[in-house]
Design a protein around this ligand. Sequence first.
Ligand code: BGC
Length: 359
Amino acid sequence: MGRIINKTRIILLALVLAIFTSACETEVAKVSEIEQIKPVPMKENVKDSDGKIKIGFSMDTLQEERWLRDRELFKKSVEALGAEVEILAANGDDALQISQAETLISQGIDLLVIVPHNAEATAAIVHRAHEAGIKVIAYDRLVKNADIDLYVSFDNEQVGEMQAKAITKLVPKGNYVYIGGAITDNNALLFKKGVFNVLQPLIDKGDIKIVYDQWTIDWNPENALANMEAALKANGNQIDAVIAANDATAGGVIHALTAQGLAGKIPVAGQDAELAAAQRIVEGTQTMTVYKPIQSLTEKVAQLAVNLAKGENIDANQKVNNGKIEVPSVLLAPIAVDRFNIDDTIIADGFHSRVDVYR
Ligand code: BGC
């Protein structure tokens, strides 16, 4: 009997031990699982065998003139710092931009700079880069809802404010059309916010009436042209001013106005200081543009990218909320340009030559 009790005790003890051990193992397994999903620490070995820091630049598009300049000047700015850059452009295709970013990550870049086509979809890229220990900078356009490491752009709300201030000075009362950018681009929302910061009090007073307000799918000038035609038709051409989110869409707007014999009679605002817009300004069919000195942007991003890749502290004194975090940000100042200061700004900077502008 005693032996039976002892045997039972031993079996019970063994059972308790077994349960305890397996509980511990489960704990251990959980801990290691947690460790696996923690963000991978930054790459330690930041330089290639040739000793150079390698930056990946994932661009949305090269459609507008400015992006060609961004591409060229960013390469120069990075190389001036002794680093190198691999550049891919996705032609406005989200899936392609994601796969191109994956290619850059797998090529062993030390840091990724991205101009997102779609502010939300590109969060996946940030996640994948971080898994590989690579930091990500949002260039010109913000990536939403992601742990982006840095955002460098111009003050985009101010861009819209500059447009609306210039146009309301000329047309303090009347029927306004707003031709927005691509709704998938966070900048388009900021430009519009800036415009309405200025217009809203005048709308509330009853001085200004918004008779047409539409986004432009993918920033496509053809879409802007179609929207402007619709605006003219819906209002029997009774339009007093147009604010377009950039020069490419302003081009579409002016095309539609020309067809109605109205080009040069209705003030139009744009943005980017494209050569075609500068020419329209001196010819009188476009009222103003907003000039964003691209070289200041490329130099700033290149410097910060190299600093971040080296794990150095960076000086980004602003914060912009992207829906998930307060993103450390640097926002540069845009410049309003009309026919009165075009020589002292765009031309003086060598952004366009005098000969090209006054062709
Ligand atoms: C940029 C503009 C550009 C537009 C279309 C915006 O995000 O800030 O400069 O014209 O995209 O590419």
